[in-house]
Write a protein that binds this ligand. Structure first.
Ligand code: NDP
Length: 264
C-alpha cells in the first residue's frame, strides 16, 4: 500500500518539502506520497497524524514545540532542544526527531573546521543550532535583539547576550538565525556591530535561503565567505527522508532532492 507522508504547518502553502521529498521517493521507486497538511491547532498534531495514516511527517512553524510535547517518544538531540521537525510511526507509536540540528551541521561542513561561532537570534532555529554546535564541542555565543528569549540558552549553559550587554570576541563563523532579511531588508543586528564582527570573521551563514540577504551582503563586503540556508533545508529533509524510507540517501538521492527543492 502507498505510504503517506506530510508536512504540518500554518501556513504550509509555500513549503517546498513536498517537491523535495517526492523527488527523492520517486528516485528510489518508493511507493509513497508526501503532501502538505495545514494544521491550525498544534495540540491535535498526534491525533491528526494517526487519523490520516501517515507513516512519517515533517513539522514546521509554529508547531515544532507542540509536536515535541505530543510525541510518544523523542529521540536524540531533540530531547534537549524540546522541539521536533520529524515524526515517524513505529509499531503504532509516534516517534519524534529533530533533523534541523544535524542538517545545519552538515550544511556548514563546506566551511571546514569551525571552532567559534556567533549565532544571531534566539528563536526555535537558534535553539537547534546552538545545541547542535555544543554537541560538537564548537564554542557558541548567542546574540539576540532582546533579552526575553535568552533563558533557554542560560539553562543550557550557552553564552548569550542581548544587543545591550554584548561583549564581542573573535568568531570564525557568524550565523543569522533571525527572520530579519526574510521578507524585509533589515540587518539582524546594528550595522556597526556587525561590521566589527565580520572584519575578524571568515564565514557567514544565513538560515534564510534563495536570496542574498543584507546580512550576507554585508559579510561579503567584509571579505567573509558566505552561504545561504539552502543546504540546511536540503539536509534536514534528507535526514528525514532516511527515517521515512529506512534507507541511506546516496549522492544521487541528495542531488535529486536538491533539484526537487528548486522546482518552481
Ligand atoms: P522565530 O520566530 O522563532 O525567531 C525569530 C528570531 O529573530 C528572534 O530571536 C527575534 O528576536 C529575531 N528577529 C526577528 N526580526 C528581527 C529583526 N528585525 N532584527 C533582529 N532580530 C530579529 O523564528 P525561527 O527560529 O523559526 O526562524 C528564524 C529564521 O530561520 C527564519 O528566517 C526562517 O525562515 C529560517 N529557517 C531556515 C531553515 C532552513 O532549513 N534553511 C529552517 C528553519 C528556519 P526577538 O527575540 O528580539 O524578537
Amino acid at each position: 500500500m502507498t505510504k503517506k507522508f506530510a508536512i504540518f504547518g500554518n501556513p504550509v502553502i509555500h513549503s517546498k518539502s513536498p517537491q523535495m521529498q517526492n523527488a527523492g521517493l520517486k528516485h528510489i521507486n518508493f511507493d509513497g506520497i508526501y503532501e502538505k497538511h495545514h494544521l491550525e491547532n498544534g495540540n491535535e498534531i498526534k491525533e491528526i497524524f494517526l487519523k490520516n495514516n501517515y507513516k512519517g511527517a515533517n513539522i514546521t512553524v509554529p508547531h515544532k514545540e507542540f509536536a515535541y510535547e505530543n510525541a510518544d517518544d523523542v529521540r536524540g538531540i531533540a530531547k534537549e532542544i524540546k522541539a521536533v521537525n520529524t515524526y515517524i510511526l513505529e509499531k503504532g507509536k509516534v516517534i519524534a526527531y529533530n533533523t534541523d540540528a544535524p542538517g545545519f551541521l552538515k550544511a556548514i561542513e563546506s566551511f571546514g573546521t569551525i571552532k567559534n561561532v556567533l549565532l544571531l537570534g534566539a528563536g526555535g532555529t537558534a535553539k537547534a543550532i546552538a545545541l547542535a554546535l555544543k554537541s560538537k564541542n564548537i564554542k557558541v555565543t548567542v546574540l539576540n535583539r532582546s533579552e526575553n528569549k535568552l533563558d533557554f540558552f542560560k539553562e543550557n549553559t550557552i553564552n548569550c547576550f542581548s544587543w545591550e550587554n554584548f561583549k564581542p570576541e573573535i568568531y570564525d563563523l557568524v550565523v543569522n538565525s533571525t527572520s530579519a532579511g526574510l521578507k524585509d531588508e533589515y540587518l539582524p543586528a546594528p550595522k556597526e556591530m556587525l561590521e566589527n564582527i565580520f572584519k575578524n570573521a571568515s564565514f557567514a551563514f544565513d538560515c534564510i535561503y534563495g536570496k542574498i540577504t543584507p546580512f550576507l551582503a554585508l559579510a561579503s563586503e567584509n571579505d567573509c565567505k558566505i552561504k545561504d540556508g539552502e543546504d540546511m533545508l536540503l539536509y534536514q529533509g534528507v535526514l528525514a527522508f532516511e527515517l521515512f524510507t529506512n534507507t541511506k540517501a546516496d549522492n544521487s538521492v541528495v542531488e535529486m532532492m536538491r533539484k526537487g527543492l528548486k522546482e518552481e
